[in-house]
Design a protein around this ligand. Sequence first.
Ligand SMILES: *Cc1c(COP(=O)(O)O)cnc(C)c1O
Length: 437
Amino acid sequence: MTTITESINQPLALTGGPKAVTRDPQDILDWPIVTPEDEQAVLDVLRAGSMSGTDVTRRFEAEFAAWEGTAFALAHCNGTAAIQAAMWAAGVRRGDEVICPSMTYWASGLPALTLGATVVWADIQRDTLCLDPASAAERVTGRTKAIVVVHYAGYPADMDPIMALAEARGIKVIEDVSHAHGGLYHGRKLGTIGHVGAMSIMSGKALPAGEGGLLVTDDRQIYERAILWGHYARHGDLTITELLAMSGLGRPQAASGVPIGGVKGRINQLASAMGRVQLKHYDRRNAEICKAMNYFWDQLDGTPGVRAHRPPRDSGSAMGGWYTARGLYVAEELGGLPLARFCEALTAEGCPAGPGANMPLHLQAFNEVDIYGDGQATVLANATRDVRAPAGSLPVSEAINDFCFGVPWFKRYRPEIIDEYVAAIKKVAAHADALKA
Ligand SMILES: *Cc1c(COP(=O)(O)O)cnc(C)c1O
């Protein structure tokens, strides 16, 4: 067996040396983990012929709210629908602005356009990859109705300054927890700190249920508004007079509710059934992911050119799920070696790695596209000012390919396998001079 030190001293695989990663990865990268328990739960729903019911879903929601620690959880057909509902429930309306980090999946921000509102893109912090509170503060105007915070790649965003900023201005904070289920910020569970949390439970996410989403909140107004928005069959749950009036219930012609949003957010009960099983095992699986990823990064501590993407020890904050696990890169410590070349060498060692993360959203084509026939770009048609962020305006997001790279997302704690990936990174860092030549 080759030790990490021996491995480092061999020539790079890129230049004809032996690969650092040679073992069978087994199931260490596999996800989601589906067992006969998931299969049975899904079969039960199929055999009961109740894919479109809500009994399994209501059980899932009750269990999810208990796990999350919120008064309410409302399941949705996907994370995008949950985020759109959260925005409307937070009061986002025509002409309003929603601040959102540029470095995220599109669904964190784009649903604002469907509400007649617009997105104001903000920058991220280099070490956390999450919304930079200072950048958000610079972009607040009288029209800002909500701030979306994304706990990017599992990292808990710096919520305290964002909540302080929001509370002072009467702005709602929506936490997008799609990357970070079960993570902690100063001891508090992600999704419970803002006014409302929304998250995907799509099959690739840390908490996987096929396709689905959750909206979580302690605020009954927000919960009931989300029901009114997209859950027509559940208008019977409404208690708030104003919302009841909007639902049309009580009027003779309205036998059942009509969703105010003209959208349907209901989750398929097959996904709810799988979600219940996945949730039951989630804390244990997340703990193993954390153990494996922390073991990986602990060994890389002090390696020139690379930094872990995780909160400091003893901060009371913890990664959740490590979805789309990232590493940070410091080219200056490797004589300016470009990250793309570093990743090429890593991939040759058997550790697939690529620079970057999501594409910065503020530079995407929908800056120009006229979605609703306004005769001008929708982002402008919905706004009272030019909200577009030109190239150069969000420098950290734009530099993502220079300082951030994908690392293996370990789901199992198998040190002898993880060691080989550690060796690959240490080896490439040790041979950086050879790569530059
Ligand atoms: C996946 C994802 C979503 C959207 O969820 P879907 O279930 O795919 O609709 C939203 N935000 C982030 C950050 C995501 O990664």
